[in-house]
Design a protein around this ligand. Structure first.
Ligand code: PBG
Length: 325
């Protein structure tokens, strides 16, 4: 009787590679990009080193570098200077999309986040009532559908609503189809939780929902972290309303949700390894406790094992290099 039984498959890199059942592919990854109006040069973002608040000029350079690094799928967050309570102006983000698509055309696939949190004065993802204690659903979905149409016209390949209002997927799909944008993919942030892990992102977009109104968090529209069935219901509903891809967000803390959805639907499942989750790894690395690269690769492996088809990650631009060494 050999003393080596299961360890035989771990004895060297060759046999480990041959027996691996998790294969992470940089081609399944989406790189987030931030483009910000009114800044002269790109700015770093605390917690997500290597990702920047870009100008339109620097985002073009960034995308060129990313293409050279093997990354061709992006999700864009536009942060315009204009802030309002209704009648939003998305001109800056539309201009960024146009410029990017003019430069790169179909060499890249460009998803654009659809939300109002970077457009409202208060930072909420929708339109507030007069006393500022409730996000009004139906006026918000109308504004979101208008935003999606603006970005589709500008050349977005995909629109990705992240607001968590009820009925926005159907409203956006209907509006896009009515204007001839049947080819635009709809990736819905479906199981999106009212998480505390969005901190660095909110700094990047100046979108914290606590600016001088009564309602100070997103708990009345994002899914409760203690109610996973409600999040699963959002996924079912979004698929019925026409979502082409559904997303789970955050990702690392919701592996069970990724698993459950991937086993019960034929719709592709994306997950968003969010800024605060990314920052946990980076903070530990900064303290010399772990290597950031190793932490991110192990996180990606967990997401893939849980059943994610698509991984949105701030380190996508390093994936090809990291995974081939
Ligand atoms: C906008 C939006 C958020 C994220 C993506 N789209 C933040 C929020 O809901 O406040 C978070 C992404 C991240 O943390 O990396 N609604």
């Amino acid at each position: 009787m050999s003393s080596l039984t299961l360890r035989r498959l771990r004895l060297n890199q060759h046999i480990r590679e041959l027996s691996a059942d998790i294969h992470i592919d940089y081609k399944s990854m989406i790189q987030p990009l931030f483009v910000v109006e009114g800044i002269d040069e790109k700015e770093s973002i605390p917690g997500i080193p290597g990702t920047y608040r870009d100008t339109i000029e620097t985002v073009i350079e960034q995308i060129r570098a990313d293409i050279n690094a093997g990354i061709t799928k992006f999700i864009l967050f536009g942060v315009g200077e204009a802030r309002a309570c209704k009648d939003f102006n998305h001109g800056f983000t539309a201009k960024a999309i146009e410029t990017i698509k003019k430069e790169f055309g179909n060499e890249i696939w460009l998803a654009v986040d659809i939300c109002l949190c970077a457009s409202t004065e208060h930072g909420h993802c929708g339109i507030l009532n007069d006393c500022g204690d409730h996000v009004m659903n139906d006026p918000s979905i109308e504004a979101l559908a208008d935003e999606a149409l603006t970005f589709a016209k500008a050349g977005a390949d995909c629109v990705a609503p992240s607001d968590m209002m009820d009925g926005r997927v159907g409203a956006i799909r209907e509006k896009l189809d009515a204007h001839g944008f049947q080819k635009v993919v709809l990736m819905s942030y479906s199981a999106k939780f009212a998480s505390k892990f969005y901190g660095p992102f909110r700094i990047a977009c100046d979108s914290s929902p606590d600016k001088g109104v009564q309602l100070k968090d997103r708990k009345t529209y994002q899914a409760d972290v203690f109610n996973h069935k409600n999040a699963l219901a959002c996924v079912e509903r979004d698929i019925q309303e026409g979502a082409d891809i559904v997303m789970v967000k955050p990702a690392i803390h919701y592996l069970d949700i990724i698993r459950e959805i991937s086993e019960t639907t034929t719709t592709p499942v994306a997950c968003y390894y969010v800024s605060g989750e990314h920052a946990l790894v980076e903070a530990a690395a900064e303290k010399g406790l772990i290597e950031a690269k190793d932490g991110h690769i192990e996180s990606w492996a967990a997401l893939s094992r849980a059943g994610a088809d698509i991984i949105i990650t701030y380190a996508a631009r390093y994936a090809k290099e990291w995974l081939s060494s």
